[in-house]
Design a binder for this molecule. Structure first.
Ligand code: HEM
Length: 495
């Protein structure tokens, strides 16, 4: 009697039952193996292809599912004051979400206790299709122009010869990139190593737009506020964790959800009128800057709860694809030069990393009640043809016979007016140091001590001229900040 009779039967992908999964088919019990053994060939050749390329950045991450519940308001006003996006309009509207938290620089199996920004990417599965908010746990970024992204990532990734992350390479780049000082001040402070994924905030970082029913836009920055509080690790605590475990943050999230302790984040926005704001000492489209909260207050929009773990890491974590171009009606881009570059880069890498039909995968497709009608055909791994109505022969538009039609005029595209000389030029209000210095001065003393200690530990490993350049920049941020780092490095006051 087969003791395992209650289990489903093992088959090949062709649906043929597998009677022996312990031995290959061979001539006699000692071999040689035969080539016509379809079961073995299918099994081993599928195994050979189990991995897809890891993400070029944010390779290590973890996914959970849940829902976002709208307050129906943005701060004290109806959500419709600022945006016509339907997911925000009515109090209690629940939108399914999938979130992927990640580190940035390490590979797929690297430590989750490193000093590194954390990715905080949210896919909202709305009734109007998907909206992705692809953010980080720190409010600013190293650079403000997308053309520099490969350089900042090359400097932070391992050396192409030694394959070691080298402080000298990192600070060689950063000391030639003054706009990075604000981000470095966050990253080397205690906030640079979040305790885990639950106890961190999230930020959209880039500036977006919201558009109302009349087609009027405002500029927005997005913030996620952790309801678990914000906790960080010291270098020593992080070292102790990664001595025994590389994936503590993924485990923490998974186990909390299994226990029914569902983590929550409140979505808040800051809002500015859509213009250049000459009264400010920074440019509202500059992602190396925060918007002062006393002038642009946080306005709550809704609450996100994560309540379901993944069923399969490859399908839901490796193959999920987020992008800043994935927007719904009422939520728009701004002219932020990083954001525009990001928007090209995400879907470009996903067509390579996952494949040109990545949007057919259930993890990436809009939810089932959203109609998808395209005339796209073919490509590797295509298995689905969109509903094109009665006549499957018509995969073009316009057609006098059948097929898909354009949406009605009532869809009001947002059309900002833009004019100007085409140039390659930096923005005018760079102000690279003021917010870094202000941030340094508002930290509690122990955080300042930690920041200086962490920077000195890295800069000690750098060439003298790089140390001096970094100290010079930090003195521009705040004399005491640069002075304390110089003192830690044992370099003179004149540097
Ligand atoms: C021009 C600047 C940037 C470029 C070109 C860029 C490009 C990329 C690329 C190519 C990926 C891999 C995507 C994939 O394989 O699916 C990625 C992932 C990611 N990026 Fe960026 N990025 C930029 C800046 C930023 C900024 C400023 C943030 C934070 C606001 C950010 C947050 C993320 C996150 C969270 C992921 C991981 C998404 C996931 O979990 O799948 N990136 N980025």
């Amino acid at each position: 009697m087969n003791e395992q009779v209650d289990k489903p039967v093992l088959t090949t992908r062709q649906g043929h039952p597998v009677h022996n999964n312990q031995q290959q088919r061979t001539v006699g019990s000692r071999g040689p193996a035969t080539l016509e053994n379809y079961h073995f060939l299918e099994k081993i050749s599928h195994f050979d292809r189990e991995r897809i390329p890891e993400r070029v950045v944010h390779a290590r991450g973890f996914v959970a599912h849940g829902e976002f519940e709208a307050y129906g308001t943005i701060g004290d006003e109806p959500a419709s004051t600022y945006t016509r996006a339907r997911l925000f309009q009515t109090r209690g509207t629940k939108t399914p979400v999938t979130v992927r938290f990640s580190t940035v620089i390490g590979g797929r199996d690297s430590s989750e206790a490193t000093r590194d920004p954390r990715g905080f990417a949210v896919k909202f599965r709305t009734e109007d299709g998907n909206w992705d908010l692809v953010g980080n746990n720190l409010p600013v970024f190293f650079i403000r122009d997308a053309v520099k992204f490969p350089d900042v990532i090359h400097a932070l990734k391992p050396d192409p010869v030694t394959f070691r992350q080298e402080p000298n390479r990192i600070f060689d780049f950063m000391s030639g990139t003054p706009e990075s000082m604000h981000m470095l001040t966050w990253l080397f402070s205690p906030r640079g190593i979040p305790a885990d994924y639950r106890r961190q905030d999230g930020f959209g970082v880039n500036t977006y737009r919201m558009v109302d029913a009349a087609g009027e836009g405002v500029l927005v920055k997005y913030h996620w506020k952790s309801q678990q509080g914000v906790e960080s690790l010291t270098e020593e605590q992080a070292a102790a964790i990664q001595a025994t475990e590389l994936g503590h943050a993924s485990r923490d999230l998974y186990e909390a959800i299994e226990r029914g302790e569902y983590p929550q984040w409140e979505l808040n926005v800051q809002i500015m009128s859509d213009d250049e704001h000459p009264e400010l000492d920074f440019d509202p489209l500059d992602d190396t800057k925060t918007w002062p909260e006393d002038v642009f207050p946080l306005r709550p929009v809704g609450m996100m709860t994560l309540n379901r773990n993944v069923a399969n890491v490859h399908n839901e974590n490796e193959q999920i694809a987020f992008g800043t171009g994935v927007l719904v009606d009422g939520l728009e881009f701004s002219d932020d030069k990083m954001l525009v570059g990001r928007t090209f880069s995400y879907s470009d890498t996903q067509r390579y990393r996952v494949g040109p039909n990545y949007l057919q995968l259930p993890i990436n497709a809009p939810r089932p009640d959203v109609a998808v009608g395209t005339n796209q055909e073919g490509g590797p791994m295509s298995y689905h043809v969109d509903d094109r109505g009665e006549n499957p022969h018509i995969n073009f538009e316009p057609s006098s016979v059948a097929g898909l039609r354009e949406a009605d005029e009532s869809y009001r595209e947002y059309r900002p007016f833009v004019s100007g000389q085409v140039v390659k030029a930096p923005i005018e209000r760079r102000n690279d140091y003021a917010q870094a210095g202000e941030h340094f001065r508002t930290m509690p003393e122990w955080e300042r001590d930690d920041l200086v200690k962490n920077l000195v530990a890295q800069l000690e490993q750098c060439d003298g001229h790089i140390q001096e350049k970094m100290v010079w920049h930090l003195r521009q941020c705040d004399e005491a900040y640069g002075g304390r780092v110089a003192e830690g490095l044992g370099i003179g006051a004149e540097s």
